[in-house]
Design a protein around this ligand. Structure first.
Ligand code: COA
Length: 142
């Protein structure tokens, strides 16, 4: 059981991408494009592994003291066990150490209660991304 920083284009990266595709894209009838994948090279990617499997992952685009969190996913078999929360709290701690003071995300409406439990606030009206409703949410971490 461990938290890991994932290096782009390693075996671990491709395992994380596969897990995310199963959780975030395939249920919507979508896949990652080559363009989506290339953009991830500059992102900070974190994962939580259990029983030698990628249980959860999330990633961040950093802009000065702000981080945009994206691609938050817990593998289907590991959902509802506190892993998404534990991974987020680990990442928040890592980002604070790097001087990040605010995290925001585009949250799927269905996942809003998860982010509210992590103390994110809704700061936008509803909008659509990947064909489903989202809202922008934000949390100050310092
Ligand atoms: C949303 C998601 C990342 C949550 O991860 P998880 O590991 O299942 O969540 P946790 O078990 O850590 O949950 C932490 C808390 O949030 C609550 N929670 C999690 N998902 C929730 C949901 N969709 N609706 C309501 N509450 C939710 C849990 O009940 C738990 O509450 P508690 O502290 O009172 O026990 C995960 O369910 C997932 O990958 N879902 C599909 C993809 C998705 O929607 N990702 C978000 C994209 S914005």
């Amino acid at each position: 059981m461990s938290f890991t920083t994932i290096i782009y284009d390693t075996d671990a990266y491709w395992k994380v991408l596969r897990m995310r595709e199963l959780v975030l894209r395939l249920p919507l009838g979508l896949r990652y494009s080559a363009e989506d994948i290339i953009k991830e090279e500059s992102e900070s990617i974190f994962a939580f592994s259990r029983d030698n499997q990628i249980a959860a992952s999330c990633q961040f685009v950093l802009f000065g003291h702000t981080a945009k969190m994206r691609q938050v996913a817990t593998s289907w078999v590991f959902q509802g066990q506190g892993i998404g929360r534990d991974l987020y709290l680990y990442c928040e701690d890592q980002l604070k150490k790097q001087g990040i003071t605010e995290i925001y995300c585009h949250a799927r409406k269905i996942a809003v209660p998860f982010y509210q439990k992590l103390k994110f606030d809704i700061i936008s009206d509803e909008f659509e991304e990947v064909g489903i409703p989202h809202v922008k949410m934000k949390k100050r971490i310092m």
